[in-house]
Design a protein around this ligand. Structure first.
Ligand code: EPU
Length: 432
């Protein structure tokens, strides 16, 4: 695997990109599958690093995981091990989701500290509170989380914020619990619903009620199931923006329009033209782009993972744009790199471009004002996380002069064969 990419100015990026299932859905499906009474098969699986990390974690607790072209088959453990080894500490966010499933399989569980992108504190207190509500004894230590319970029991789980991961934890834990669980203030992101649909195929009884309520009637057992993942909306938006920012046109194939509705409307507001048909979604801006004010939010709002590519697009749009990040408190970590390339961006701790958010009275720099268009220059960049990494790629593609990106492993954790896809669009990219 390459450590760095050297990106040369290459002109407009033009062409088709096929997206696969999303990183943030596939790994959760793999976890669900260990609760079935037989093997499950997941198809349209992306080739991303997180799938392999998750496969290793599941193998460590005794599951079988076989990968073939575009598919993953998970065979539940015959005799599950209750502990995820400490060596998986900090690699991704999957171990915490295993607490419920391991409790069902063994009555106890230990998972090491979770990692994932460094975009904020990323606590797991909602997950812990949900498990306690379901009757588990949970101890949080410096190394990780230990839980015990002979049989989880349905409960009311009130989430303080509609967290994707905590809603998924609750779905996984409640499906085999005794009795009814109601999750209030649940996340409704498409990847969460996709997991709920997969659990339903496995035999779970899940009702998606109005007002962010999810009702789960526990069942005594689940079976193996098959599913084909829907296309990754984060990857899709990233490539649409790569085309627009370089004054080219990328057509994304394999991601349904309804997963991108807010993203498409945002691009239209900036003056882009978007063509949508059964072959895919393409965006182009023959008359240039203008500024916009955007606030990230939970679904169906403008998702936080679309924010880093949008920031780069703002540097190429005419006028003053505003971006207010309300989901993760430190998701502007990549901005200094963009400033070093010539992006005119100023960060503020106040809430700009939308109503006050949870970070209102903190000193987190979570609003940005961007003046465009700026001519970016290539430089040397250390990639801090997966989405930030892709935004640096887009910035490098618009820049004059070469850019050397270090830490591209982050990109490979979340994007399907990114170097190959980018080269096919015309980017001159050398792996180092
Ligand atoms: N939160 C808590 N306590 C918790 C859980 C969450 O305070 O116990 C807070 C978080 O700190 C954050 C907010 O709630 O401020 C939302 O976090 P959420 O739990 O929704 O995020 P997540 O499940 O950790 C997933 C994706 C992220 C994506 C977010 C939001 C995965 C593996 N990760 O994270 O994706 O940005 O939902 O949609 O599914 C990425 O793909 O690059 C990525 C970071």
């Amino acid at each position: 695997m390459a450590e760095a990419w050297l990106i040369q100015p290459s002109g407009p990026l033009v062409g088709d990109v096929r997206v696969h299932g999303s990183k943030n859905a596939v790994t959760k499906h793999m976890v669900a599958a260990i609760m079935g009474q037989g093997p499950s098969t997941i198809t349209n699986v992306p080739e991303v690093g997180d799938v392999e990390i998750t496969a290793e974690i599941l193998r460590a607790v005794g599951a079988g995981v076989e990968r073939s072209a575009g598919a993953v088959e998970v065979t539940p453990p015959e005799e599950a091990k209750a502990e995820v080894p400490l060596s998986f500490s900090g690699l991704n966010r999957i171990p915490v989701l295993l607490l419920g499933p391991l409790l069902h399989l063994t009555g106890e569980a230990f998972v090491p500290r979770v990692g994932g992108d460094r975009i904020g504190g990323r606590p797991v207190d909602f997950h812990v509170k949900a498990l306690r509500a379901l009757g588990a004894e949970v101890e949080v230590t410096d190394d990780g989380i230990r839980a015990r319970c002979r049989r989880l029991r349905g409960a009311i789980i009130e989430l303080p914020y509609p967290s994707v991961g905590a809603t998924e934890s609750a779905l996984l834990s409640a499906s085999l619990a005794q009795g009814k669980t109601v999750v209030r203030n649940a996340a409704t992101e498409p990847e969460v619903l996709e997991l709920a649909l997969f659990l339903q195929r496995m035999g779970a009884r899940i009702e998606l009620a109005p007002d962010r309520r999810v009702v789960i009637e526990g069942v005594p057992k689940l079976r193996g199931a098959r599913t084909r993942l829907a296309g990754d909306r984060i990857e899709a938006f990233s490539y649409l923006v790569a085309g627009l920012a370089t004054r080219g046109t990328v057509r994304v194939i394999g991601c349904a329009q309804d997963r991108l509705v807010t993203a498409i409307t945002t691009l239209l507001r900036m003056g882009a033209q978007v063509s949508i048909d059964e072959h895919g979604i393409a965006a182009f801006a023959p008359d240039g782009l203008h500024a916009a004010a955007v606030q990230t939010d939970v679904h169906p709002g403008f998702i936080t993972d679309w924010q880093p590519p949008l920031m780069v697009l703002f540097t190429q749009a005419e006028g003053m744009s505003v971006l207010h990040e309300t989901v993760f408190e430190e998701r502007f970590v990549y901005v200094p790199a963009l400033q070093a390339m010539g992006g005119e961006i100023e960060l503020f701790a106040t809430c700009l471009g939308g109503p006050a958010c949870r970070f209102h009275d903190t000193s987190y720099l979570h609003s940005a004002v961007v003046r465009g268009p700026s001519k970016l220059q290539g430089t040397e960049v250390e990639v801090p996380d997966v989405r930030a990494g892709f935004s640096s790629v887009i910035a490098a593609a618009t820049a004059s002069g070469p850019t050397l990106l270090h830490g591209v492993r982050h990109l490979e954790r979340g994007y399907h064969r990114p170097a190959e896809q980018l080269r096919s669009l015309g980017l001159t990219l050398q792996e180092k």
